[in-house]
Each structure stands twice: as C-alpha cells, then as structure tokens.
Design a protein around this ligand. Structure first.
Ligand code: MSP
Length: 543
C-alpha cells in the first residue's frame, strides 16, 4: 500500500493550448504520462499525475475573437467539450487538471512574480524582435527561415511555417542571463535533468551560446495574468504557464492542506514534454525556480513528434487526427499500446493506419488476446473451468518462469529510464515465450494420453496437462499485472477471466516486483472464457 509519509512520484504533461481541440499528438504525451504514472501506481507508490490547459496569450485570444466569443467563454467551451473528455477517451487517470484561468493559479502566479520583483530579479526595459504567435515566443533572427510562395519575402517560424510578427514594446524583463553559469552547472552535475541525451546536447549548445534576459510582460493586449505592480501589463504566457506545475500542487498557498500537498509532491520527478517546448522547460523554468529559491525538478524528458507526411502533425496544417477517430475503431487499449510500442520514446515516428492495423492483429489479437482465450478455453474443456492442481515442474516450466522474472526486471529498469518501448518489448518476451511454450507442450495432445484420464471423464489433477495449463495461467496472471498500466481494460478483463480477484485481491493492488513469481493462483480458481480481449477487426474506413 502507498505510504502516506513518502513523497509522491509527481509527473506532469504540458498544459495544452485551448486554441483548438486535441489531436493524437497531444494524446500521445498524455498516454505516455498515464502509462508511466500507472506503472508507478502498480508499484504501490504514491503518485500525483497533473495535466491541464494553457488558456492565456495571444494565440487563444485570437482564436476566440475569430469565433466571436470572449477568450474565457472559448476556453470554457474547449476545456469542457474537448480537453477533459479526451482524457476519458484515452483512459487516462490524472489526479488533477489545472486551468491557468483558475484563481488558485492566477493568485499564486501573482505572488510568485511579486516575490521575484521584490528580490530584484525583474526590471523594466524595451524589446524589439520577431515574435511567433504559434510558439508564443520571441525568435532570434538566425532561427527564422525564408518564406516561399504566398509567404515570399517574409521570415517564417521554422516550427509553424508561418510568418513572424515584428514587435516593439515596453516590457518587464527577468534577469535570466544571470543564470547561465548555474544552468550549465546543473546540466553538468545532473545529466538526468534533461533527457534523452540528444535533448540534453541541444540544450547545452543553446545555453553555452549565452542567454539573454527574458521579456516577461506584454502591454498591447490584456488576456493574461495582470502584473501586480503594473496592471497595464499582463504576464508573458509562458511564464504564467510554466508555473502551473508548482501552483497546482500548492506553491504560494496559505491553506494547510495545500501546503502539505506541496511538501509531499514538489519537486516534480518528471516533466514530460514534446521536443518543441524543450527549451522553455529545460532553460527558463529552472532559471525561474533558481531565482525564487525553490527546488528543481528531477527530469525534463522530451519526446519526439508524431509526423504526417514527414512533418509534425498539427491542426493548423490540417494533418491533425482526433484520438476518437482511432479509438472508436480499435479501442483505447490499442491506441495506448500502439504509439508506445511502435515509436521509440524520444524519437519522431510516423503514424499509419496500415501499421496500426497490422500491429493490432499480429500483437494484440493473435499474440496476446488469443493466448488468453486459448488457455481459458482449455481449462474450461478439460477441467470444467476450475484451475487444476499442478504436478511436478520440468525445465520448460522453470524456463518460462525465468522469462517472466526477467521481463519484470527489464520492464522495471526500462520504465525508470522512461524507455517505454523497451518496457513493452520486455513484457512481450513473456507473451511470445508463453505462446511458444504452449505450442511446444501441445496440451491438446497431452490430454489424450491414457494417464491423463480421470475416472469421472475429465483430466487428472497433478498430471502433465494440469502443469502446463497452470503454468500458462500463471504467465497470464503476470501479464495482467505488467500490462495493467498499458492496456488497463484488457488487463482488467483478463484478471476477471482468470478469477484472480477472489484469491489474490484487486489487480491494482498486485505489486510489480512480485509479478513474475509463479505458483500464486490456487487450485480450484474459477477460470472463465470471456469476450476476446482484442477481437479481429475489419480494416478501418479512413475518410
Ligand atoms: N501550452 C504549451 C505548453 C505549456 S507547458 C507549461 C503548448 N501547448 S500545445 O497545445 O501546443 O501542446 C504542446 C504539447 O503537445 C507538445 O509539447 C507535445 O507534448 C504535444 N504535441 C503536440 N503536437 C504533437 C505532435 N505532432 N507529436 C507529438 N506531440 C505533440 O505548447
């Protein structure tokens, strides 16, 4: 059971802009976050999983204007109609959902910047430069690309492929340049702070080039958190947004419960981000925390992009696919499994319906689902659905148990490296080995041997057939525990089919570290063959 005194494993997703509805790129981050946190929950740790929405800034304001409603109305509509429901669609179980327009956030943000101001970390100045509203970021001239076609003669943002806007404003500045050396020391002393290594190298090169002070306010529009000492300015949307990770768990609150939450949660263990927003998290965010004298998060992990036609999938380029388009056909488990198994976490990956369908059928339907139904069917056929008492184990049984133990150890280590693909690969060694075990042991042939016949017409207890089926059932039990974080619905259905709850308790309470030990399901456990975990499907009709 979780120990209340232990610090929670705290993981966050980026907070998503509410300018548009979620596509599978956003869902990818949230699914990865959900799998990692579910894995830690399965280890019986305390866990805190935060996600939410980023609602201020020009991008959201302009979208609301274009739709003829106030930014707050627009945000409310998108959050309630799209961003919260998608969490259910993908089967994510976050502990909290922060919206940057909530008073709990805006009040704490104001306290934070007032404190930085009082500490002399903020000064008034002016800034002129190219700004990308898509990124909500001032760009350096060297980062821009030359436009062609309709954008001939213009400078474009390399991420959004859209023209930047020249801005010239009176702003407040954060003395970020003063943190250059401390940041470099952080990356040096804590190589785990930015992961994977490619992301760390990018950040190192950027910071070694020297940091400028950061413009942190805008005064040409008012959709943002007012600067407390000068309410003609609103806070720069990224400064506001990054703070969500700390305000959501109680930073700056006087409420005793909130203070306790902060003490048991902060600092974050992992900020999961897409590589597009790595620098904000690996440079600006730690500098802000250093300036405030707060502990730093342990790891910022940047994953890659889902690509369509070789480019980052995005709604603005009309390449966005809604998660429900996939999930309505394949189900949430398949969605969760597919993106984490098919793409090395940290690298870019292309989505294709053909690849998804092929993996669904080969790995989930034939590899895993079919295994579960075959074993349940044989226990039904030969033992009337009651797990028999196993006989003497042979090398084959011991070898399979070793595969299970290694799968657990390898998957555990991979999760700690946030190598989600490796973790699922490790679990799949047990799926594959169990299929091979059954093929080689041929229980349907064993069942015909004279010594396997019981006087009542069924099969004998304690014989070879019983040993094989019990061993296969134990492997399935291990798989239910190991796959619970990845494919929770199928794992729950398997637990039910194995009748495991009565003797062993709820699936959520089975610790990962013991999952590979066989010999846990008692003789007599009721095994039922439920519906297919992953039924075969027609190819989806893609619009
Ligand atoms: N609001 C900021 C983040 C603030 S965090 C303090 C933002 N929001 S966003 O809506 O644009 O979503 C960003 C995140 O969504 C990316 O960092 C990434 O995690 C995910 N993705 C959006 N498109 C994606 C792909 N095409 N592929 C993979 N992930 C994608 O930036």
């Amino acid at each position: 059971m979780p120990d209340a005194a232990r610090k929670s494993f705290y993981l966050t997703t980026p907070i998503y802009y509410v300018n548009d509805a979620p596509h599978i790129g956003h869902a990818y981050t949230t699914v990865a976050a959900d799998v990692i946190t579910r894995w830690h929950r399965q280890r019986q740790e305390n866990v805190w999983f935060l996600t939410g929405t980023d609602e201020h800034g020009q991008k959201v304001m302009r979208t609301a204007e274009a739709n003829g409603v106030s930014p707050q109305e627009w945000a409310d509509r998108l959050v309630e109609g799209s961003w919260k429901p998608v969490l259910q669609t993908i089967d994510a179980i976050n502990d909290d959902f922060i919206r940057t327009t909530q008073p709990r956030h805006t009040e704490r943000v104001q306290a934070f910047i007032q404190d930085l101001h009082d500490k002399g970390e903020i000064y008034a100045g002016s800034y002129e430069g190219p700004y990308c509203v898509g990124c909500e970021e001032y760009k350096l001239p060297g980062e821009l690309i030359d436009g062609t076609g309709e954008y001939e003669g213009l400078k474009l943002c390399p991420i959004h492929g859209r023209p930047v806007e020249m801005l010239s404003e009176q702003n407040y500045f954060f003395r970020m340049s003063a943190y250059t050396e401390r940041l470099l020391a952080l990356y040096e002393e804590h190589p785990e702070f930015v992961q994977p290594a490619s992301a760390r190298n990018e950040v190192l090169a950027f910071v070694r080039g020297g940091l400028q002070d950061l413009s942190i306010s805008r005064n040409t529009f008012d959709w943002g958190v007012p600067i407390p000492w000068d309410t003609t300015h609103v806070l720069y949307v990224w400064f506001d947004a990054l703070l969500n990770y700390a305000t959501a768990v109680g930073l700056g609150s006087d409420d005793p419960q909130e203070k306790a939450r902060f003490a048991s949660t902060w600092p974050a263990d992992v900020h999961l981000v897409g590589k597009d927003i790595l620098r904000f998290h690996a440079v600006i965010w730690p500098a802000m925390l250093m300036a405030a004298g707060l502990p730093l998060p342990t790891t910022v992990f940047a994953h890659g992009w889902l690509l369509v036609g070789g480019e980052k999938m995005s709604k603005s380029k009309l390449t966005g696919i809604a998660p429900s388009q996939i999930i309505d056909h394949f189900g949430s488990d398949a969605f969760r499994y597919y993106f984490l198994r098919a793409i090395a976490f940290g690298q870019d990956g292309s989505f294709s319906w053909e690849d998804l369908s092929a993996r669904y059928h080969a790995e989930l339907a034939n590899g895993f689902g079919n295994l579960a139904s075959r074993v349940a069917a044989m226990v039904g056929k030969y033992y009337g659905g009651a797990l028999p008492a196993a006989g003497e184990a042979t090398d084959a049984e011991r070898a399979l148990e070793q595969v299970a133990a290694k799968a657990v150890a390898d998957a555990e280590a991979a999760i700690d490296r946030l190598a989600l693909q490796d973790a699922i690969n490790a679990v799949w060694t047990l799926v594959d080995a169990t299929n091979v075990y059954i093929t080689e042991q041929e229980p349907w042939k064993v069942a015909k041997l004279p010594e396997e016949q019981a006087p009542d017409g069924g099969a004998v207890q304690g014989g070879r057939l019983a040993t094989v089926l019990v061993t296969a059932a134990e492997a399935l039990r291990s798989l239910a525990v190991l796959l619970h974080p990845v494919t929770p619905k199928a794992a729950d259905a398997l637990w039910e089919s194995l009748g495991a709850e009565a003797p062993l308790g709820a699936l959520a309470l089975q610790p990962v570290d013991g999952a590979g030990r066989f010999g846990t399901l008692p003789a007599g456990t009721t095994i039922t063959k439920g519906a297919s975990l992953f039924p075969r499907l027609e190819d989806p009709v893609v619009a």
